[in-house]
Structures are given as structure tokens and as C-alpha cells.
Write a protein that binds this ligand. Structure first.
Ligand code: ADP
Length: 324
């Protein structure tokens, strides 16, 4: 199982031993919460008709990854988003992930592994939070804000990239009589520009896949494609890419542990057994190593062990692989 506990949503994905996705869940939270992650995991298990005992390994990722009680290990979102995106879109070279509170550009190599990456600053500039703030200021929902942006024309200056100050700026533009469509378009354009800055740090590459909740915003995708000059592939469910990557890493680790155990068993089964006979012959103990037990031999009595004062002869067999 892979669990991605983000800043606004908890995601859980279950894959089978072949790496095929069996179930996935996205649960909206108010803020990072253990309750959100519990609900996502339970719902995912229920969808897959499994119990926690059926899950051989769990990897957590995301902003709140250390708060996932069932996790055997944690991985960064960079690794997990790259892994999930590469699984969903083989051959991807650039992953743009924009979530609720952060955004990243990840260059991926031929093997789907992270080559380079760049993260946004500590503030929520150019992230989902920015659009949530815009929705609040314009009193519309996410779908409407995207539709407005696609209808907007005039480019208004939105200078602030801090979500808090941007809200003030949007309110000020509204007060000046600016069209909501133009305001929304300008904010989307500004975020696309910010994202382009991140991409420049890792190098423009193609094909490009977008992950994270903001990939569900068609206006941002359109503005970003325009700014980048490249088409973006948006995954069917872009929010689960990180949890899927975590689940695939958990599957790999479990498969590797099983393979190690199977190899150790095969070694043990293939190794010749060593028989060691320890004969208590007189005062000295004779150790007779070899693959067959030989009867202990006493030179004094030429094999007639009970013809003089021997103690009873005992033979101890030690069975086990050679060298152990
Ligand atoms: P995190 O992992 O940090 O919790 P997500 O990847 O779940 O973040 O993305 C959350 C963000 O995605 C929200 O802040 C919101 O702006 C954006 N988002 C979610 N659903 C949609 C949607 N249907 N349309 C546009 N934006 C969306």
C-alpha cells in the first residue's frame, strides 16, 4: 500500500504483487490529519475487499508522511511522484507536481528515476493554495475560477506571489472594477510563469506529465502549455500519482525481501549436508567429518570396540549445510 498524506488531501493506493492498481482513494481534509489518513486507508481496503492483515508492506509519502501509523518506511514526494508518473506514463521525462501547498518540477531519466528536481519556496506561491485564495476572493469554486480564467483576456498585473498578499491584490483589482475573468486569467498566467521558473531549474524536457490536484485545473494546464510551448499530459487521476509511486516502491521492497528469502532457502536446500561423527573412543574424542558416517575405529582393538576398556561409543550426527 502507498499512502500520501498531503496538506489538503489524504491518498491511499493498493497494488497487487504484479504492480497493478487494485484500489485508490482520495479524501479531502481540512488540514493534515491522522483521521483523514485513517479514512483513506479504510476506504481503500474496503474497495479492494481486503483487511490490514492482507497488506504486506506500506510506504508513506507527502507532507504528513511521518503521521501515517501503518507505514513501514517513508519516501519523499519527489521519489514517489516520479515513480507513480513513470508507471502511469512510461517514457515521461518531466513531471510537474502542483499540490495544495507546494509545487515541484522533476526531471526523470530513461529508467523513470529522479534525475534533478526543483521545489517552490517555502511559501505557497504558485500552488493550489493560491487558487483556493483566488476562489475565496472571487466567491466562486475551483471549476468556476478555471472557466473564468479561460474566458479572460486582458492581462492585469498580479505582482505578488505570496498567497496572502495576492488575496489583497485581487480584492484591490475588484475594487478598481477589473473583470473577474481577467483577474482569474492573470493569476493563472502568473502561476504558470512561476512554474516555468521551476522547470528552467531542471531543464525543459518532453514528454511532460502533470500530477497533483492542480493538474485538475484545465485553465492552469492551458496557460502552462502556452508558457512551456509543449503539450502536457494530465493523468486520469493526477492526485494519486504519489501514493501509487509509494505503493509500487512497497511492492518492489516486498518482492525483493521474498526473493532474498527464496534464495536463502534454495541455497540451504542445494547445499550438501555435512555429517560429522564424533566418536567417543577412549580418552580422546575422534571427529570424523565427511559426507558419510564412518564407524569409529580403534587401532588397539582393531575394530573390536568392546574387547578392552572402552567407554560406550557414541556417534553424534550434525546435519546442516556445509559451512554453517
Ligand atoms: P496535497 O497533496 O498537498 O494535499 P493535492 O495534490 O491533493 O495537494 O492538491 C490539492 C489542490 O488541488 C487544492 O489546493 C486545489 O487547489 C487543487 N484542486 C483539487 N481539485 C481540483 C479541481 N477539481 N479543479 C481544480 N483544482 C483542484
Amino acid at each position: 500500500m502507498g499512502v500520501d498524506l498531503g496538506s489538503t488531501t489524504a491518498k491511499a493506493v493498493i497494488v497487487d504483487s504484479g504492480g497493478r492498481m487494485v484500489a485508490s482513494r482520495v479524501v479531502q481534509m481540512g488540514a493534515v490529519s491522522r483521521e483523514g489518513v485513517r479514512v483513506a486507508i479504510e476506504a481503500c481496503l474496503e474497495d479492494a475487499r481486503l483487511t490490514p492483515a492482507d497488506i504486506s508492506r506500506t510506504i508513506s509519502t507527502g507532507y504528513g508522511r511521518r503521521l501515517v501509523p501503518s507505514a513501514d518506511k517513508t519516501f519523499t514526494e519527489i521519489t514517489c511522484h516520479a515513480r507513480g508518473a513513470a508507471a502511469l506514463s512510461p517514457g515521461v521525462r518531466l513531471v510537474i507536481d502542483i499540490g495544495g501547498q507546494d509545487s515541484k518540477a522533476i526531471a526523470v531519466d530513461d529508467d523513470g528515476l529522479v534525475d534533478r528536481f526543483a521545489l517552490n519556496d517555502r511559501c505557497a506561491s504558485g500552488t493550489g493554495r493560491f487558487f483556493d485564495v483566488l476562489c475565496r476572493a472571487l466567491e466562486v469554486d475551483l471549476d468556476e475560477v478555471a472557466a473564468l480564467a479561460l474566458a479572460g483576456g486582458t492581462d492585469l498585473e498580479v505582482s505578488s506571489m505570496c498567497a496572502t498578499f495576492a488575496e489583497t491584490e485581487v480584492i484591490s483589482l475588484l475594487a478598481q472594477g477589473a473583470e473577474t475573468a481577467d483577474i482569474s486569467a492573470s493569476v493563472h498566467r502568473a502561476v504558470a510563469g512561476r512554474t516555468l521558473g521551476l522547470i528552467a531549474q531542471v531543464g525543459k524536457a518532453s514528454p511532460v506529465v502533470m500530477t497533483g490536484g492542480v493538474a485538475k485545473n484545465p485553465a492552469l494546464v492551458a496557460f502552462l502549455e502556452e508558457a512551456l510551448g509543449l503539450p502536457l499530459e494530465v493523468l486520469d487521476d493526477p492526485q494519486i500519482a504519489g501514493a501509487l509511486g509509494a505503493a509500487l516502491i512497497a511492492r518492489d521492497e516486498h518482492a525483493a525481501a521474498l526473493a532474498d528469502a527464496a534464495a536463502a532457502l534454495a541455497d540451504a536446500a542445494a547445499a550438501p549436508l555435512r555429517f560429522v561423527a564424533v566418536a567417543d573412543v577412549g580418552p580422546e574424542k575422534q571427529v570424523i567429518p565427511g559426507n558419510a558416517v564412518t564407524a569409529p575405529h580403534c587401532a588397539d582393538c582393531d575394530g573390536h570396540l568392546d574387547s578392552h576398556s572402552h567407554r560406550p561409543v557414541s556417534v553424534i550426527l550434525q546435519l546442516g549445510p556445509v559451512g554453517r
